[in-house]
Design a protein around this ligand. Structure first.
Ligand SMILES: Nc1ncnc2[nH]cnc12
Ligand SMILES: [Zn+2]
Length: 350
């Protein structure tokens, strides 16, 4: 776990954070819809928005908690109607990811947000999948999809969603669980996760964003997830911390999200440096970059500036992101070799 990382000038750190190859394992594609694209799609699809302008919409992005964000986030997604809309949204995100030296991304999508409005499952998945495939061919970025269930809806709805997606089973690699956490514990979704496991899908779930450590235990023990999305509340439970370290369960942490949703008051107080130091397999992600003030590199640079972390932590976080991804060991090894090369190049500049 302790890798030997070459000496790198502190002044090179922002450049290194941007240049290092990394994976993004926690981002919601609907959360990458920039206000400009929301307005462009509203016009293209003749959807009436309750905001007069891009500026007025952006001004509404002052959140007090997760729910206050989700209300606006679901309203923003109402402009997505056609396969091309889903394609354009995903290509816009993938362009940003390429610019941030993301070599691999595992993208959440919320089908129920769209199927409940009458958009078909095929429209959603085909648009997103085609964007991932074209970006891979044209830009070399690897991208996979994770179908996420909305936990404020019933398990029956999640089961129906999974069944509706099965004809397109080869177009997504796993399932997740998101939306309003408190009051919707993981146990509510035990059957749909069991069915997903039978289907050979990867399993992840949001837990311990606002909710208690008990939800992280539930996600691990009842749902059998391989990664925890967020998980920042794990620090409140020493036994849970020990388990997360022992089993090296990845936590996909999202610092700017935690700041904007008031999970933390100040980035300088974010617990990621402590979690990393305690030996947890944490990494940095953007969650909903269009709403929280930045894509993945902005999350790295702002958190590092606020907390004083250095090159050693940068290496470990990027490496954790690659190791925690759902790709082959051979692919991981190739990207880790590229990460090592990047660090060696920066060390040579000293
Ligand atoms: N941060 C978050 N937590 C839960 N559900 C979400 N859906 C989109 N972003 C989310
Ligand atoms: Zn999330």
């Amino acid at each position: 776990m302790n890798h030997s990382v070459p000496q790198i000038e502190a002044s090179s750190l922002p450049q290194l954070l941007r240049a290092m190859p990394k994976a993004e394992l926690h981002m919601h594609i609907e959360g990458s819809l920039e206000p400009e694209l929301i307005f462009a799609l509203a016009e293209r699809n003749s959807v009436k928005l309750p905001y007069a302008s891009v500026e007025a919409l952006r001004a509404a992005y002052a959140f007090t908690d997760l729910q206050s964000f989700l209300d606006i986030y679901y309203a923003g997604a109402s402009v997505l109607l056609h396969e091309q809309d889903f394609y354009d949204m995903a290509r816009a995100y993938l362009n940003r990811a390429v610019a941030d030296n993301v070599v691999h991304t595992e993208i959440f999508f919320d089908p129920q947000t769209h199927t409940e409005r009458g958009v078909s499952m095929e429209t959603v998945i085909n648009g997103l999948y085609r964007a991932c495939r074209d970006a891979q061919i044209e830009q070399g970025i690897s991208a996979s999809l994770i179908l996420s269930f909305l936990r404020h809806l019933s398990e029956e709805s999640a089961l129906q969603t999974l069944e509706a997606a099965l004809p397109l089973r080869d177009r997504f690699i796993g399932v997740g669980l998101d939306s309003s956490e408190v009051g919707n514990p993981p146990e509510k979704f035990a059957r749909v996760f069991a069915r997903s496991r039978e289907l050979g899908l990867h399993l992840v779930a949001h837990a311990g964003e606002e909710g208690p450590p008990a939800y992280i235990w539930g996600a691990l023990d009842t749902l059998g997830v391989e990664r925890i999305d967020h998980g920042v509340q794990s620090e409140k439970d020493e036994q849970l911390m020990q388990r997360l370290v022992k089993e090296q369960i990845p936590l996909t942490v999202c610092p700017l999200s935690n700041l904007k949703l008031c999970v933390v008051d100040d980035l300088a107080d974010h617990n990621l440096p402590r979690l990393l130091k305690a030996g947890l397999k944490v990494m940095i992600n953007s969650d909903d970059p269009a709403y929280f003030g930045g894509y993945v590199n902005e999350n790295y640079t702002q958190l590092f500036a606020a907390t004083g972390m250095g090159a050693l932590e940068a290496y470990q976080l990027a490496r954790n992101s690659l190791e925690a991804s759902f790709v082959s060991d051979a692919q991981k090894a190739e990207w880790i070799a590229r990460l090592d090369e990047t660090f060696a190049q920066f060390a040579a500049k000293v």
